[in-house]
Write a protein that binds this ligand. Structure first.
Ligand SMILES: [Zn+2]
Ligand SMILES: [Zn+2]
Length: 127
């Protein structure tokens, strides 16, 4: 394909049009009469490449953020006669206040403010 890109050796300091990095005089670069100069493939500096990649990632993240996100439906907690809320544990790592055994994520629990969670099958002694 026809291309006006040429490989030249710079006569004076310049700037890479892709990474914005310095191109000191005497560097072999790709040159285009209207586009300017850029480092040869693989010669963009590592720092600048990382920055370059970061800005690309940031752009992608911004785009992802702008995309509509499905609203998560939150099931209403059922209220037990004891005043506790019956729900599914959202986190692993909590402990049943009755049997002191761990509560796995997704387990059915009864939770009340100030007392904490218990397995739904672990009846509290304190009523
Ligand atoms: Zn460059
Ligand atoms: Zn328990």
């Amino acid at each position: 394909m026809p291309s006006s890109w040429r490989t030249i050796t710079t006569q004076k300091d310049g700037e890479c049009r892709l990474c914005g990095g310095q191109v000191p005089a005497g560097t072999e670069v790709r040159w285009h009469p209207t586009k300017g100069i850029e480092h040869q493939k693989g010669e963009h500096t590592a720092d600048i490449k990382a920055e370059f990649a970061e800005s690309t990632a940031q752009r992608e993240a911004a785009l992802a953020k702008a995309a509509p996100v499905a609203v998560e439906e939150r099931p209403k907690a059922e209220r037990l006669p004891s005043g506790e809320a019956k729900m599914l544990s959202k986190y692993a790592g909590s402990t049943c206040r009755v049997c002191t055994q761990p509560i796995v994520k997704g387990a059915e629990i009864a939770w009340i403010k100030g007392k904490g969670a218990r397995h739904i099958e672990c009846e509290p002694e304190d009523g």
